[in-house]
Write a protein that binds this ligand. Sequence first.
Ligand code: AMP
Length: 192
Amino acid sequence: MSLNIILLGPPGAGKGTQARILTERRGLVQLSTGDMLREAQASGSEMGKLVADVMAKGQLVTDEIVIGLIREKLAKGGSGFIFDGFPRTLAQADALGDLLAETGESLDAVIEMQVDDETLVRRIVNRADEARAAGQPVRADDNAESVGVRLMAYYKQTSPLIGYYYAKGLLRGVNGLAEIDAVAAEIAAILD
Ligand code: AMP
């Protein structure tokens, strides 16, 4: 049986890294709205142009846009999804529940990756420095100013999801400060 899980946590918590590990080890499909939005920008689509400024500043794009992206993916059917960076608001969480119910699917777990703010900022700034040093493109929102806005968006708009999923009995916390493999092992223990 495949699992549908959410990786919840602030920017820099390691959601993308753990999502990729789950993809490799369990054959789950990673659905990252951040990646989808960056692809839309890279392709030069109208929607990509529309969200570029908001993303660079570190604010959230509209619920309508990201729910639309997820709806498209889920309409193709299947199961075994890792939601990475979605949902980020209560409206998105409600919409996800409805979309999954339409295909008879449900969520199995919401994994909250817990990391303190200081570590988050350090990780994101390091990620930008490493990319720059390697001559790779640096994310437009990986700078000190946008990181502050992204953290604020997380606490104001996304952290209410912790209570929302706790109330549904789905929330599981993991220590996001541990080494990548140790975090992966903690997640594996939850899912097994
Ligand atoms: P991420 O790669 O998940 O850090 O997302 C990068 C940026 O994309 C965020 O700072 C937002 O501007 C936008 N974004 C990604 N996912 C969402 C979402 N679920 N709701 C609103 N905005 C999002």
